[in-house]
Design a protein around this ligand. Structure first.
Ligand code: ZN
Length: 505
């Protein structure tokens, strides 16, 4: 094949066929991961690992091959003539290629090997609540990532290179501004709430609810908000997640906790938000690499929108209360809709990120952001990090962990090399609030939810967000929807309105 002899149409055709093949590997890997997390027999672990190793090796080789480079160079010469979809595919492939092209293959292989062992070292350290066990591994991961950043190059701040992997276009300067507003807004609000001393009742959320009842509730709310069971399914796994192979096959999981039924209810709504994004990309994108959400942050905006803005609203409980209470064991019918609404919005500074309430959640992310930025700005001694972590929890949340297990070792991310990933969670909340505000100008969201007319909300999101798949960058998408760039102000306004009313501030 000589691309020089081909016209643009032929090059695009060849490029798309090449991507179809690569996507087939990625889809197969997604299904194996799904299978592995939702009950595949343990005995097959070794042979699955071999299959995964071969398939991911092939997929990776395709994304950094000379063929890929040939297509990128050829198509870059026609930039002004490309349709939006091909331009987006080119942008994604060129980014992936550029991220890897200057990293020596043997160093990347050594890094992958280190990561494959790191998770079990972290698990052991977490179980023993001893950061010292994980520190040498973490130190090596950070050292290699710093080297990779040097190979890849960076604009402004070294951390930007990592951020760009999860939220293309976002920089440390953007996040400094963002978290500065968050800090100035949420920290004083939290102090007022804790000082005010108002306690909302949430004891009933700990009453045991059998799994079969929780499954019925999950099915009910997924159906209500518009999950398409012909093109998706729900199973259980240790940690909830969403995956699949594009709009026609979207799978979510949850984990049922008998003594905390709201945990599963909200994780189902959260993952359903991710799933609705995937199920409603434009049919024309089916089977292409654009048939999926654009970034971690925008994806998280969809899940948080359904989990928090819809699911933790008074209107939601007014609408769902009767039907949910009818499924729950005897006694729940005495709990009012208002009591459910208040209980799911109880604010309580806590140590564990994934158990945090909607208000304090962002502070957990801010702490990780500050530490990560510090790590990639300085020559850090990793043994200092637990003290830094504890100090920040004390400063922002007013509590400090009793040990590393409930502190710096609580999240798996760093053992997988996921630095630059945490901020996406907070960006998701902020995008969600900005999108919600735009939606509220066109729709009476509260009445729609109260009347159970969730379809109109889903349709609005499909038109503005879902259908575009990965065609637009996050910054373009939010600009198109709201007429401005990401602005933390709307998230803070949303929090002040909601919690101000609940806590009489
Ligand atoms: Zn999520």
């Amino acid at each position: 094949m000589n691309l020089k002899d081909m016209d643009l149409k032929e090059i695009i055709q060849g490029f798309r066929q090449y991507l179809d093949r690569k996507l087939a590997y990625d889809n197969a890997l997604a299904l194996i991961f799904w299978d592995q997390s939702t009950g595949a027999p343990k005995g097959g672990a070794k042979s699955r690992a071999k299959t995964v190793g071969i398939l991911s090796g092939e997929a990776f080789a395709m994304s950094v091959s000379d063929t890929m480079k040939g297509y990128i160079d050829a198509l870059s010469g026609f930039k002004d003539e490309l349709d939006a979809e091909t331009a987006a595919m080119l942008r994604i492939c060129a980014r992936d290629y550029a991220a890897m092209e200057n990293i020596p293959k043997d160093e990347f292989a050594a890094y992958s090997e280190l990561l494959s062992e790191a998770e079990s070292v972290w698990e052991d350290a977490k179980e023993k609540k001893d950061f010292g066990i994980f520190a040498p591994t973490l130190e090596r991961i950070i050292k290699i990532l710093k080297k990779f950043i040097d190979y890849r190059g960076y604009d402004g701040h070294p951390y930007n290179t990592l951020l760009d992997d999860y939220e293309p276009g976002i920089t440390a300067a953007d996040l400094d501004e963002f978290f500065d507003s968050i800090k100035k807004g949420i920290v004083p609000l939290l102090k007022k709430i804790t000082a005010g001393g108002k306690r909302v009742r949430d004891d009933f959320t700990k009453i045991a609810v059998p799994q079969n009842i929780q499954e019925k509730i999950a099915g009910l709310i997924m159906t209500e908000v518009g999950f398409d069971f012909d093109r998706g399914m729900l199973k259980t796994s240790e940690h909830p997640f969403t995956n699949g192979t594009g709009r026609d096959d979207v799978r979510i999981t949850t984990h049922y906790h008998e003594n905390s039924f709201l945990t599963s209810l909200y994780s189902v709504l959260h993952e359903t938000g991710h799933a609705l994004y995937e199920q409603n990309t434009d049919a024309a994108l089916t089977g292409t690499i654009l048939d999926s959400g654009i970034s971690m942050g925008i994806h998280e905006s969809q899940s948080r929108f359904y989990e928090n803005m819809i699911g933790r609203s008074r209107a939601f409980w007014d609408n769902m209360h009767g039907r949910i209470a009818a499924l729950l064991p005897e006694g729940f019918d005495k709990i009012t809709s208002e009591e459910f609404f208040l209980a799911c919005n109880a604010v309580r500074p806590s140590l564990i990120r994934i158990e945090a309430d909607e208000l304090t959640y962002t502070l957990h992310i801010m702490i990780r952001y500050e530490i990560e930025k510090y790590i990639f700005s300085n020559d850090v001694d990793v043994y200092e990090l637990p003290a830094l972590w504890n100090e920040k929890y004390k400063e922002y949340l007013g509590i400090a962990p009793p040990d590393d297990g409930e502190g710096i070792l609580q999240d798996v991310h760093w053992s997988s090399g996921l630095f630059g990933y945490f901020p996406s969670y907070s960006l998701g909340n902020a995008y969600a609030a900005q999108i919600y505000r735009c939606m509220s100008r066109e729709l009476d969201v509260d009445s729609l939810v109260r009347n159970g007319d969730y379809l109109k909300i889903r349709e609005w999101l499909t038109d503005k967000v879902h259908k575009h798949g990965s065609v637009y960058l996050p910054s373009e998408l939010i600009q198109n929807i709201s007429g401005e760039k990401l602005n933390a102000k709307y998230f803070l306004e949303y929090l002040y309105n909601k919690y101000g009313e609940i806590y009489n501030i």
